[in-house]
Design a binder for this molecule. Structure first.
Ligand code: ADP
Ligand code: ZN
Length: 519
């Protein structure tokens, strides 16, 4: 048995050196101290508890909610000569019994347990007779209702410190903002634990936000510039994944969909094919990707806006794990925000919880609408100080210029005023641009003085400016009246010329620099 962490790293994992923070974290655990580890997906969290598990006396109990992954992880450990096992609902009673015996006899170094299993039957009582030397809590953000993946069964883990006050706990997560971190420590009863934060920066990931128009067309163009390169398209709904996959297949691409509504067999088949590069593109809901270790995913597209920055960061983090350049694209339109807001409002959650979700969504919206370096926004979300623009996001490549848009704002506002504040985006743009379609004629909107006053701007320009006006509070929107635009006191000041408006200049896709041409 090696006595030093570097020997263990070489002997069991075949690596010559630790990544940043790993050695410090291991030293901390070896000194019997509790800690919280934040490292991005693929950052190398496992070694932080696996090496102490090898070097320390006794058994390391690993709590993980990802039943599907336990088997792989345990196989990998065994393959490296480390005695390990897992306990979850996939085992028969006999198999489980056998593993409990092994644990009792001290034949295991690591035991992975799903939290619901730990607190069912008398497993928890057995822990006392197992000579446990360390608890590792993976995906520890699941314990916090401030996190984005709260699991009630994780709450019971507060029993660990109470019953085993002298056994150190190492909590790990790839995704927790400051509030969630504090809550993790509190829930686990390890408030004084040191928190280690590895850098979340993934400079090889190109970040781009693209207007959510003609998404399929944009995707096709994008993929044809990423010939045979593996990628994932994330959609909001199961139905969405099927529609997008079908249209890509019809266009001749090797694409399949993946969502939790499919049978387990079909799902693992698709996953296998993707891992083996038999399928180029997976169109999936968020059900896809947890623990998928494919290093050569070259691009990620978000077809719809994710519900929060943590999820978004985890999902784009599945690209470029080999360190080579990878492209990520987020499609964004203001309808995506509305859909997400409606989803939150419709959930049956306590009001306070809804507020958290809305606040998180709002941060996502800020990212999508940013006119400063997007990576700065992402990293500052994870409380990482950045003192330079990244040069590898669409904002850095196309710095935004602001201009006096008071007249543009007045045109839009008077369009809203003259239609009695009853029109929504599509109709307002048609009025401004003077489109004589049936709907317009039916309402007699072609006779309005505002009809056609904005014909000099393209529809997508108007859409972008109107969104900016919404975001800066110059226009209101009534979600409960078919998203009709409303005037507010600021609108009236602008209309009367008492207040000026600045907007960020629109740059057509075709004129955006470099990487954007990919889309
Ligand atoms: P996480 O759990 O943080 O998502 P893993 O622990 O699965 O990440 O590690 C991701 C990959 O990085 C694994 O293939 C792992 O073997 C590798 N890895 C971890 N630490 C090192 C290291 N010090 N040197 C080289 N590779 C490492
Ligand atoms: Zn940037």
């Amino acid at each position: 048995m090696p006595v030093h962490k570097s020997d263990a790293l070489k002997k069991y994992f075949g690596y010559d050196s630790f990544r940043p923070q790993q050695a410090e974290i291991i030293d901390n655990v070896m000194a019997d101290k509790d800690c919280l580890v934040l490292m991005p997906t693929g950052g190398g969290k496992s070694i932080c508890f696996q090496i102490p598990a090898i070097l320390r006396p006794g058994l390391t109990v690993v709590i993980s909610p990802l039943i599907a992954l336990m088997k792989d992880q345990v196989e990998a450990l065994k393959g490296n000569g480390i005695p390990a096992a897992f306990l979850n609902s996939t085992l028969s009673a006999t198999e489980a019994d056998q593993i409990m015996w092994q644990a009792k006899l001290g034949e295991l170094k690591l035991l992975y347990i799903a939290p619901e299993r730990l607190f069912s039957g008398n497993t928890f009582d057995f822990l006392r007779s197992w000579n446990v030397g360390l608890f590792a809590i993976d995906e520890s953000h699941c314990i916090s209702s401030w996190g984005h993946d709260f699991r009630p069964e994780y709450r019971q883990l507060n029993a660990l410190k109470k019953h085993f006050p002298n056994i150190p706990i190492i909590a790990l997560t790839a995704t927790a903002d400051r509030v969630t971190r504090r809550d993790i420590l509190k829930q686990l009863g390890i408030e004084h634990a040191e928190t280690f934060v590895a850098s979340f920066d993934r400079p090889n990931l190109n970040l781009t936000v693209s207007p959510g128009r003609k998404r399929i067309e944009q995707i096709r163009r994008f993929i044809s510039k990423h010939e045979n390169k593996a990628g994932i398209i994330y959609c909001l709904s199961r139905k969405g994944t099927e529609t997008v996959a079908t249209s890509l297949k019809n266009a001749g691409f090797k694409a399949e969909y993946y969502h939790a509504g499919m049978g387990a067999e079909q799902r693992s088949k698709v996953q296998e094919q993707f891992l083996k590069d038999d399928i180029q593109i997976i169109v999936a809901t968020i059900a896809f990707g947890m623990g998928i270790d494919k290093s050569n995913v070259r691009w990620i597209i978000h077809y719809n806006l994710p519900s929060n920055v943590e999820s978004f960061y985890q999902e784009i983090g599945r690209a470029g794990r080999d360190g080579s350049p990878a492209d990520t694209v987020l499609f964004y339109s203001y309808m995506d925000i509305i859909t997400r807001q409606d989803m939150i409002n419709q959930t049956e959650q306590p009001e306070i919880q809804k507020e958290v979700l809305h606040a998180k969504l709002n941060r996502m919206k800020q990212y999508a609408e940013a006119d400063i370096c997007r990576r700065r926004i992402l990293l500052s979300y994870f409380n990482e100080a950045v003192d330079q623009d990244c040069g590898n996001c669409d904002v850095c490549r196309n710095p935004r210029t602001r201009f006096d848009a008071t007249i543009i704002a007045q045109k839009a506002l008077s369009g809203i005023a003259r239609t009695d504040q009853k029109v929504a985006m599509g109709m307002l743009i048609d009025i401004l641009r003077g489109s004589r379609n049936r709907n317009i004629l039916q309402h007699g909107y072609d006779r309005l003085p505002t009809f056609g006053v904005g014909a000099d701007l393209r529809a997508e320009e108007w859409a972008e400016y109107i969104i900016q006006l919404l975001n800066s509070g110059v226009i209101d929107i009534a979600y409960d009246e078919a998203h009709a635009f409303k005037l507010n006191p600021v609108s009236r000041q602008v209309l009367k010329g008492e207040r000026s408006v600045e907007l960020v200049k629109f740059i057509p896709l075709s004129e955006r620099k470099a990487k954007e041409e990919l889309i």
